[in-house]
Structure formats: C-alpha cells, structure tokens
Design a binder for this molecule. Structure first.
Ligand SMILES: O=C1CCCN[C@@H]1CCCn1cnc2ccccc2c1=O
Length: 515
C-alpha cells in the first residue's frame, strides 16, 4: 500500500483523487465517465448522515416514500422555464433491447415532475395538508463540466423532500427549519462550517419562488461550494400541476360548486453525497483522510507495540490480551473501536495504514504500558500524543473524541471566517479572490450587475498575464446573500453604493469563485 505521493496544496486534484482511492473511500468506474464506486468507508459516512437526517425529518412529520425513477417527456416538460436551462443534462432511455421506444423516457434528474401530478390527485381539501414526503434515492444529471468524485458526478445519492402547505407562512417556516437541519449535518456531523443565506434571482432554482442555501468553503482553492439547498416553490408548481383545495374560509357556495379554490404552497429541499467530498477536501492532510469522530466507522484503533523478538511469548500474549480488553471496554461504552493484531506488519506500518484511512484516535499498548497501567493515545487531526491511565479509559477516550470533533470544526471555522473579506472598493475585489478569499460586498442585487461582476472578475479580463499557464480563471459568482449581514460598516439605504455599479446597495452579498 502506498501513502499520498503529492502535497495537498501542491497538487490538489491529484491529492484528492489519491486520498479517496488509497483510503478505500471510492473506486473509479472506468466504464462510464462521471460515475464512481462508493466503497464501504464512504458509504458508512452517507449512512451516518442518513441516520441523523432521517430521524430529524421524521420528527417534523415527513414520511419516506419512493417514486419511479422514470419521467415521461410530456411530464418533464410541463413547465418550460423549470426545465429549459437543465434540458442538456437530462439522460434519456430510448431503446429497450434492440427496439426503439415510441416515446423516450427520462431518468429523473429531480422528482418534482414525477411527484406533483399525484400531489394533485391526493390533495383535495385543506385537511390533506400539510403533505410532507421525502425520498432517499439516486438521480442522474449528464453534466459536461469536468467530473469530480462526490463533488460533480453524473449519478449521485441524495434525499429530496417535497412538501405542500396551506399557507406561505407555514412553507417559509419549514424552509428555514430544513436549512437548519442541513447546517447541523455539516457542522455537527462533518465538522464543516457553512454560511446560511438566500440565493440571488439568477442563482436560485428557476422553477421556485426563492432558494435558501448553505455555502461551504474549500481553503486550498479559495473556492465556495454549494452545500445544500432548501427552496420555497411558492405556488409556481401547484399552478402548473393544478394542486388545489377548496378555501375553507370562503362561505360555502349555495351550489357547492365553484367554491373558491386555493393553490397550495410548496417547498422542496435536498442534500447530496457531495457533502462527503466537501468533508474530505476540508479535513484531509498530506497523510490522507482525516475523519470527524461522529462519522468515522472506526473511531479508535488499538495497536500492540514493543512486541520485538526480545520479549517472551507470554509477555507478547499479555499485551495482545490487554489490547483486546481495551477494545471490548471501549465498545461497551459505545465507542467504535478495533484492534490491529496483524503480526506480519510493524507498528509503524500500521500507524500509516490507519492514518491514511482517517481513524481519529490511535491507542498504542506495549509491555511498559502494562507495567505503568496506561496506554499512549495519538490524535489523527493534530498528532498530539498523551498517555491515558487504564483506570478510567473510556471516560478519557470519549472526552478526547469529543474534543477532536470540536477542534476540527473550530479550526475549519476560523479559516472560513478569516477568508470572508469585506470588500468596499472594486479594485480590491479580484486581488481578494486571487488571495483565495470569498468576498462580502455591498450589492445592488441586479442580475445585469451580477453578470458584469462575473465578466470583470474572470482573469482573462485582467491586464496581468496569468502566472500559471492554466486557462484564465473563472469569474466570481454570487454564492448567497447571508442571513447574517455584516454590521461594520453598515449598508446605509439610499447612500451606500453597489461594489460594481453606481446603483444603491441593498445588502451584502457573498461572491467568490466556486465549484
Ligand atoms: O434542488 C432541489 C432539491 C431537491 C428537489 N429538487 C430541487 C430543485 C432541483 C433543480 N434542478 C436541478 N437540476 C436539474 C437537471 C435536469 C432537469 C431538472 C433539474 C432541476 O429541476
């Protein structure tokens, strides 16, 4: 087995590929570009995310369901501006065996058009509301941009929630409740800091009313990344799919017919396996994967040391016995612990093996430790070593695991906070991006201005020759308008001007190069 042969900040994309393959998180699927094999270590992370998210949405009254993965062309195209921008990404089944199909069938890229004809069938009165369903499934989007494992793949796993409400207010509340859940998945499980905000009109889901989002940051490239989205669809889709109810507050019409009808208010929300890639990119280092304890399949690896040829067979057995006892004790305390007793490998080899695979904590036990009634612990994230008394081992170990989780998050959060720069003058905009930052700028929120910013910030437009021969760097996109607005300096309505044009600024927006 080999470790990682490149440094993370020297060749990030090679580093990323090597970490994923050599830690056995993922395998490349040679037959189809943009598709990958998610191996057990990574799939276990997805299952931890599912366990947390599924329990949480069930508490909110959301029920799991499963709809067909095939969509007819007619259904898919029922709403033009929902699909037109996405049409090139839709994968179609056109043949069965050797015979051409009369009507090609799309593979779901998302399930609004699959589900909503049936929402119309099931929702008749306000008593059928709120309707809240979710499905855990795969979706296919035939992207042409360069694929990247977990980050941009042609098939990915996600959950998609779809809800219908009697009032806009109820829908608005749920949109934010779900976004908060997504924040917890990233920050509490994956130790990845995110910023909550609303998307610009240009960046939002075209079929919806507004899109709220959590935005992550990859320090190595200085690029932002959309982590998850929670959309309010308004009544756009209920009008398209005739999802109506009688108005319970309207006076009952004498004939009972043409009683006032109301369109329901809908939301849809999704979190994908991209979250796994973001976690790897942020926490990984030059020794390989670094897993937050919350999602690590193995939280503690216990390794016998000092079993040299010099020590007696009986001494060797007593050390190995202690290793097994420690593993059992940790497991009985709910800690996911394993031993590595392979006697064909040296301790050093084993250290590299488990560091590459991101195991958060290692315990070393040798003959002297037996005498001293202690083990030597070693943290994966900081390499800090600390002897732990065997006496109250599990208390110490669970405390260290909790500290690791917290420290990993705090470290990533400080880096993210330090790389969100308030920029008030255009001449500082591109230099801040080139310094691997995201920028918080007073913005007028006009789409034409957003286009201009993207144009003016792509390196091809900047005098200086790109120092590397890479293609001119991409321009900056608006990532979100953060709910938490900078207060210093405050934006003065009708006074503060937009960073990029002479219109008045409305709010600070987060701009940056992105995935
Ligand atoms: O994000 C989510 C969360 C989960 C449910 N769907 C929404 C919106 C999906 C937007 N979208 C994204 N790619 C697409 C690709 C092809 C066709 C349609 C679409 C499409 O509607």
């Amino acid at each position: 087995q080999i470790g990682i042969e490149v440094r993370k900040d020297a060749d990030f994309s090679t580093w990323y590929t090597q970490v994923l393959k050599r830690s056995e998180m993922l395998e490349y699927y040679e037959e189809v570009s943009g598709c990958y094999i998610i191996r057990p270590l990574a799939y276990n992370i997805w299952q931890e995310i599912q366990n947390f998210l599924d329990a949480s949405i069930k508490e909110m009254g959301v029920e799991n369901t499963y709809f067909p993965m095939f969509v007819s062309q007619r259904q898919l195209e029922r709403e033009k501006d929902h699909v037109e921008g996405f049409a090139p990404e839709v994968a179609w089944v056109t043949k069965a065996g050797s015979s051409e199909m009369e009507n090609p069938i799309a593979i779901r890229p998302t399930s609004e058009t699959v589900m909503y004809p049936y929402f119309a069938k099931w929702i008749r009165t306000h008593r059928d509301l709120p309707l809240k369903v979710n499905q855990w499934c795969n979706v296919v989007r035939w992207e042409f941009k360069k694929p990247q494992p977990f980050i941009r793949t042609r098939e990915f796993l996600w959950q998609e929630g779809h809800t219908a409400h009697f009032t806009q207010e109820e829908a608005d509340i749920e949109v934010r409740d779900i976004l908060e859940l997504y924040r917890k998945v990233y920050e509490d499980l994956l130790a990845v800091p995110v910023i909550k905000g609303v998307k610009s009109e240009k960046e939002k889901f075209a079929g919806g009313l507004y899109t709220t989002t959590i935005e992550g940051f990859i320090p190595t490239t200085g690029r932002g990344i959309q982590a998850a989205t929670s959309h309010c669809l308004g009544q756009n889709f209920s009008k398209m799919f005739d999802i109506l109810i009688e108005d319970p507050n309207a006076p009952a019409g004498s004939d009972g017919k043409n009683a006032k009808k109301l369109y329901v208010w809908q939301n849809s929300w999704g979190l994908t396996t991209r979250s796994i890639g973001v976690m790897v990119m942020i926490h990984g280092d030059d020794k390989g994967l670094v897993l937050p304890p919350q999602v690590a399949q193995i939280q503690v690896i216990v390794i016998p040391c000092g079993l040299t040829v010099k020590i007696s067979e009986e001494k060797k057995r007593s050390v190995e016995k202690k290793v097994n006892e420690v593993v059992e004790e940790l497991k009985s305390a709910g800690i996911r612990a394993k031993s590595d007793l392979r006697d064909t490998y040296t301790p050093g080899y084993k250290f590299n093996h488990w560091e590459l695979r991101g195991v958060p904590l290692r315990l070393e036990i040798g003959p002297r430790d037996l005498t001293n009634q202690q083990v030597l612990s070693s943290r994966r994230d900081t390499s800090a070593k600390e002897p732990i008394p065997l006496a109250d081992l599990t208390t110490h170990v669970s405390a260290i695991l909790k500290t690791i989780q917290k420290d990993m998050f705090e470290k990533a959060k400080k880096i993210y906070d330090d790389h969100r720069k308030i920029v008030l003058k255009w001449e500082d905009f591109v230099p801040s991006l080139d310094d691997k930052n995201l920028v918080l700028v007073p913005w007028c929120e006009q789409e034409k201005c957003e286009d201009a910013i993207k144009e003016r910030s792509s390196r091809s437009n900047v005098e200086q020759e790109p120092e590397d021969d890479k293609a001119p760097s991409m321009g900056a996109k608006s990532l979100c308008i953060p709910f938490e607005q900078p207060q210093n300096p405050p934006i003065l309505e009708g006074e503060t001007t937009c960073i990029a044009c002479d219109a008045f600024a409305k709010r600070y927006a987060l701009f940056g190069r992105s995935y």
